[in-house]
Design a protein around this ligand. Structure first.
Ligand SMILES: [Zn+2]
Length: 404
């Protein structure tokens, strides 16, 4: 590999780590996305000024940037501490690095271990009974966390169980669930790919929770890719997620209350109310025999955003306000100094994850401020806004002229 190619790979890895798109980076450099792509593949030489601009965006010194590639190699932390299902070998280098870093960050979660252990014993007793396990288990979880109306606050449930939730940045993985070997007293964690739409993430989290409650004994580290899985455990985990987020009794009552003109409109309004995808709602209604198979197939051809516009149900976006949310977060919560060097890549990632979780409303603990995911900006947009806010407010190289 040539030096230019090495630099390109480092640039790409550093960019992904702060979760900026090639388009956004291009805007900052005053070049097109294609030019950024050419830099990353080592097909084009980069100027020193551009390099400094990138270092500021990526929160690295030029020296560190050149070293990114070396540290991007898997360090073996995952293989030392965790076993994983066969899909592990399909992980990209970036995804391995994400998992390694995340496992490192959840290491101090021992305090939540006892919380998790007692919750697990309670729910596992239900999981071991043989009749209608999934329905009983989801009903128990919902009633314990007082989730009696839509949307079911999965974030509150996860937090209450003592499970760590990390909204991370995988390439090819939808979600990963893991726990330490039982000799290490540490609560389990769920990492969800936050580039997915928010309503999709809710379902992924519920699916991973099912593995923790139903299959814990066989589980150490388990990755899910963006593909349909047909093993029994996977089907069970999907049923659990549906039963938890879309409980049949609640759903029956909601159908009356949404007062829709057509079935299409009802499915749309219900998907907003329960904060799941249109497709997931359609499937659930079909599975509960509330709609026919042919209706379900018809619904599969509908574009929910077009339908929402056509019937005047398009939800206005509540923009993520970086200044309003990040200034107090950085000063009060993280107690960071104003020294730009304090804002490393890892700190940026931490700010991104905290900001996104707050924006989702998880810290309202299901209170009056719980926002609906349908009126939020995408996770990708939020992460980018955070990275750019840090670059603009804490420039690493104040004397370097800005291109843009
Ligand atoms: Zn699964």
């Amino acid at each position: 590999m040539s030096n230019l190619e090495q630099l390109g790979r480092s640039l790409q890895e550093a960019r992904k780590w702060v979760r900026l798109s090639q388009t956004t980076v291009g805007q900052r450099l005053g070049v097109t996305r294609q030019v950024v792509s050419a830099y990353e593949s080592g097909k084009r030489d980069i100027s020193a000024i551009e390099l400094y601009t990138l270092c500021n965006l990526f929160r690295l010194t030029p020296n560190e940037l050149l070293g990114v590639l070396v540290s991007a190699e898997p360090e073996g932390a995952v293989s030392l501490n965790f076993r994983m299902n066969n899909d592990y070998k399909l992980l990209t280098d970036h995804d391995r690095r994400e998992i390694d870093a995340m496992v490192g960050r959840t290491r101090d979660a021992e305090a939540t271990f006892l919380q998790w252990q007692s919750a697990f014993e309670k729910y596992n007793r239900i999981a071991r009974s043989s009749f209608q396990i999934i329905r009983l288990l989801t009903e128990k979880v919902r009633s314990d966390f007082e989730q009696n109306e839509p949307p079911i606050n999965i974030y509150l449930i996860i937090d209450g169980l003592g499970v760590s939730l990390v909204p991370t940045a995988f390439d090819k993985v939808a979600a990963v669930v893991g726990r330490a070997e039982s000799s290490l007293q540490r609560a389990p964690w769920i990492a969800v790919n936050s580039s997915q739409p928010s309503f999709r993430q809710r379902f992924s989290i519920a699916h991973e929770l099912a593995h923790l409650l139903l299959h814990e004994e066989e589980l150490v580290l388990h990755a899910h890719y963006f593909k349909k899985q047909f093993e029994k455990k996977e089907i069970d985990a999907d049923s659990f997620a549906s039963e938890l987020l879309l409980p049949r009794e609640l759903l029956k009552a909601s159908i009356e209350s949404v007062a829709a003109q057509t079935i299409e409109e009802a499915v749309l309004l219900l998907s907003h109310l329960y904060q799941v995808s249109f497709a997931a709602m359609a499937y659930r209604l079909y599975a509960l025999e509330m709609i026919t198979r042919s209706k379900y197939e018809e619904l599969g051809k509908i574009k929910p955003t077009k339908l929402a516009e056509a019937i005047g149900r398009k939800v206005p976006t509540r923009p993520f306000d970086a200044n309003a949310l990040l200034t107090p977060l950085v000063q009060q919560q993280l107690k960071l100094t104003s020294n730009p060097r304090a804002f490393t890549q890892d700190v940026v990632r931490k700010i991104q994850e905290m900001a996104y979780t707050r924006y989702l409303g998880s810290e309202t603990r299901g209170g009056a401020d719980l926002q609906t995911v349908y009126d939020l900006e995408s996770a990708g947009t939020v992460y980018e806004k955070v990275a750019l806010w840090v670059a603009d407010n804490y420039p690493l190289f104040a004397s370097i002229p800005q291109n843009a």
